[in-house]
Design a protein around this ligand. Structure first.
Ligand SMILES: *[C@@H]1O[C@H](CO)[C@@H](O)[C@H](O)[C@H]1NC(C)=O
Ligand SMILES: *[C@@H]1O[C@H](CO)[C@@H](O)[C@H](O)[C@H]1NC(C)=O
Ligand SMILES: *[C@@H]1O[C@H](CO)[C@@H](O)[C@H](O)[C@H]1NC(C)=O
Length: 275
């Protein structure tokens, strides 16, 4: 996760600001539209919310009788994962969501894991107790990944009950070299994912404090902007800033100069008294 102490310190402030909900929501909605428009306009900036066409890989899996791989996007992931949940159901719907990435977000190391996961969609199809399968690619969906605090490669296991029940999430780490389709079928058959601790971070996408105040997506955008704006741009901005501050300090300030020695004398007085 990419955030600094100062962002963390700002969180309570942001949270307080978010309590007057509707104007902030509106502003954030506008901000999101602006970000996406700018991103779509500039060819060098990747779209942070790339829509995933019904692609060949998925179609092939489906036609081979595999379980559907639901591709998650910023706009629709919540509806997608909630859609199989029936209002009266008491047992949670189980989701296996693969968090994966490409050259930028996973240093090109996610291929093995992704191939294995896609294959497991075929193997799990025959199993009536199989979990629902989700696919989240952080290269296409950086803002969604940031808003979850998710980093590839990992398997997010969600147990979803009807609202307003809390959602249990466990994150299972995946070995980039040794993961196979059997890793996933075993995880399901042996329920070994239950050994992972419950995810209780700030960024819990359903029940975390950031989700509660609708701050996770705006923060996701902020982290995304920091990640794509090149560091030299920050350097130039900081250098301009510090130069203008220095410039103000260096400029002659005739009104202040005479005051300075006086202040020093005042400070010296108490020690003279004691002596
Ligand atoms: C896995 O499936 C997803 C969703 O269908 C697809 O976008 C991706 O290219 C596939 N990856 C591999 C390595 O086959
Ligand atoms: C990822 O990196 C590999 C090796 O550097 C390269 O062959 C491949 O084309 C890259 N893929 C993308 C989508 O940029
Ligand atoms: C991943 O699996 C390989 C082969 O089993 C093993 O050598 C390696 O230590 C594992 N890596 C991690 C991080 O567990």
């Amino acid at each position: 996760m990419r955030f600094s102490t100062s962002t963390l310190l700002a969180l309570p402030l942001l949270a307080a600001a978010a309590q007057q909900k509707s104007p902030l929501d509106e502003a954030m909605g506008q901000l999101q539209t602006i970000f996406e428009k700018v991103a779509a306009f500039l060819p060098n900036i990747p779209n942070p919310n790339k829509q995933h066409p019904v692609d060949a890989a998925n179609a092939a899996t489906a036609s081979a009788g595999g379980k559907t791989l639901h591709v998650l996007t910023l706009d629709s992931w919540k509806e997608t994962v909630r859609s199989p949940v029936k209002a009266e159901s008491t047992t949670p719907e189980e989701w296996f969501i693969l968090v994966t990435g490409g050259n930028k977000t996973c240093f090109g190391h996610c291929g093995t894991v992704e191939t294995a996961f896609n294959k497991s969609a075929l193997l799990l199809a025959a199993n009536p107790t199989a979990p629902h399968l989700g696919y989240l690619n952080c290269e296409d969906q950086p803002v969604l990944c940031n808003s979850w605090g998710a980093g590839p490669p990992a398997l997010w296991v969600m147990e979803i009950k009807p609202e307003p029940a809390p959602v249990d999430i466990r994150i299972v780490g995946l070995n980039t070299t040794s993961t196979t389709a059997k890793t996933f079928t075993d995880l399901h058959a042996l329920k070994t994912w239950k050994e992972s601790p419950l995810y209780e971070g700030y960024f819990h996408p359903f029940d975390g404090p950031l989700a509660e105040y609708n701050l996770n997506v705006p923060l996701g955008y902020i982290f995304w902007v920091f990640a794509i704006v090149p560091s030299w741009m920050f350097m130039i901005a900081i250098s301009f800033l510090s130069r203008s501050i220095m410039g103000n300090r260096m400029a002659p300030q005739p009104n202040r100069r005479p005051g300075a020695p006086a202040a020093a004398q005042v400070r010296a007085l108490p020690s003279n008294d004691r002596a």
